[in-house]
Design a protein around this ligand. Structure first.
Ligand code: HEM
Ligand code: HEM
Length: 196
């Protein structure tokens, strides 16, 4: 598999970040709900810290992923995809990117406006991040509401997105999902015999 995307395949950098993000987002959602139900304890505090660190990792990975996308481009929709479907997919992908940026930022803003110590979040002890605001209850509540609504939007769009990928694979039987999976073969050349 190439490193860089080409006209008919995702390269391993885009593919790797896509699936790493999927795993981290799933973990963040499960932990996000579980941690709130726990009684106050060091374990609860650690889980909140982990949620924040991994959430910020998603933010960093998404920025890197978008920069890489600018440089490496994206494969064209598979041949035969109706124009409306390609447009709907682009819209959904744009919305997913926005949410992958806005969810961590709203969490970071919530942390900052709550005034919880430490004021400056440290990313796995490697470097410190600035606080996005002073303590502010109105801003804190707005940031938390945004975090919750963004989660609902994410859940709806990801469900449609995943169902669309499965439909391409099992109903249309095209390469849309296969080329986002490791070990996908290159698209057959027009001169290749069927089954090559
Ligand atoms: C893509 C990244 C993230 C995802 C998918 C995510 C997801 C969630 C979910 C599903 C919840 C539970 C429901 C809710 O209250 O909204 C939650 C809660 C929370 N998240 Fe995140 N989160 C992310 C990033 C972050 C970041 C970067 C921070 C802080 C730096 C953060 C701080 C929090 C806090 C403090 C809560 C608990 C709110 C409370 O106790 O009421 N999150 N998150
Ligand atoms: C948290 C869950 C997910 C998020 C946030 C997410 C996000 C994205 C984004 C932003 C893109 C656009 C890539 C680009 O154009 O740069 C994409 C592409 C893709 N995703 Fe996901 N995805 C998720 C889960 C899934 C799942 C569960 C599947 C499969 C069942 C899937 C299959 C695909 C496929 C096949 C593409 C490539 C589409 C194409 O070539 O046009 N994704 N995803």
């Amino acid at each position: 598999m190439p490193i860089k995307n080409d006209a008919d395949r995702w390269g391993w950098i885009s593919l790797g970040i896509h699936w790493l993000t999927v795993v981290m987002v799933l973990g963040l959602v499960v932990v996000g709900f579980l941690m709130q139900e726990m009684p106050n304890s060091p374990a609860k505090f650690n889980l909140y810290s982990m949620h924040k660190m991994f959430g910020l990792t998603v933010l960093g990975l998404t920025v890197l992923r978008l920069l890489w996308r600018l440089f490496a481009g994206t494969p064209a929709p598979v041949a035969g995809t109706p124009r409306w479907q390609a447009a709907a997919a682009s819209l959904a992908h744009g919305a997913l990117y926005l949410i992958l940026l806005a969810m961590p930022v709203s969490g970071w803003l919530y942390h900052s406006a709550s005034g919880y110590p430490p004021r400056n979040l440290s990313w796995f002890g490697l470097f410190k991040l600035p606080s996005l605001s002073d303590r502010d209850e109105g801003l804190r509540d707005a940031a938390l509401a945004a975090h919750e609504w963004l989660f609902i939007a994410l859940a709806v769009i990801v469900t449609v997105h995943a169902l669309a990928a499965l439909k391409h694979h099992y109903v249309d039987r095209d390469r849309t999902l296969a080329r986002m999976l490791p070990l996908a073969k290159p698209a057959p050349k027009p001169q290749d015999p069927p089954g090559a």
